[in-house]
Ligand binder design. Sequence first.
Ligand SMILES: Nc1ncnc2c1ncn2[C@@H]1O[C@H](COP(=O)(O)OP(=O)(O)O)[C@@H](O)[C@H]1O
Ligand SMILES: [Mg+2]
Length: 240
Amino acid sequence: MIKIKNLYKSFGDKEVLKGINLDIEDSTVTTIIGASGSGKSTLLRTINLLEKCDDGKIFLDGYEITGENPNLEKIRLKIGMVFQNFNLFPNKSVIENITLAPIKVKGEDEKSAKENAIALLKSMGLEDKVYSYPNSLSGGQKQRVAIARALANKPEVLLFDEPTSALDPEMVKEVLNVIKFLAKKGLTMIIVTHEMGFAREISDNIVFMKNGIVEDIGDPNYIFYETKNENTKKFLQAVL
Ligand SMILES: Nc1ncnc2c1ncn2[C@@H]1O[C@H](COP(=O)(O)OP(=O)(O)O)[C@@H](O)[C@H]1O
Ligand SMILES: [Mg+2]
């Protein structure tokens, strides 16, 4: 579904992505692990076209999305993104946050957009927060709203950049459970995470990034128990 070919990205003279190649199959969960500064966020932001790559190509369903004049709004409906700090619109209610893109960008009618939003909120246990404002929600609730907002666009793939890193420990689980539920439903996801137990449980593939390259890749059993890659082993020893 997503094919990344020889992707390069620098900021000034700092090369952050140094030739990334990665294939993401339909209905799979890929987690990306690696030390801070290894380029994980930059890779996600490049896939979502928040950053323009310097070289290389990204394909979605066989179509290149990194061409000259990509239709950013349309592509971002297909490739949703959930951020560490939620990025909700503070001056809009929960339901306005969720229905904004479907109405404004997709041209959905207001009534069906609202019905869909309420159904999504129900599925996340947030039916009593429909008309609340973000600042009245806990971190875990905010992140579930952010996930509902991304899902409202019916994306083909959803990217998560450390979705639980800004949460108090007691709220991590409620967000991870929502992501597990989406995995069971077959949503294609790419998740940057430091939650190693979660990565082991949910991933079809784990990508270990180091210094802007895919240093190691494989299923959880390979990455956690079988790899011979010394850098992977060192990283896991440090974080486990
Ligand atoms: N917008 C930017 N401008 C300059 N440097 C950046 C920018 N974004 C990221 N970087 C640098 O790129 C490197 C990789 O960052 P990032 O992709 O955020 O890594 P990770 O998510 O793995 O921690 C870091 O050294 C970071 O400082
Ligand atoms: Mg990051």
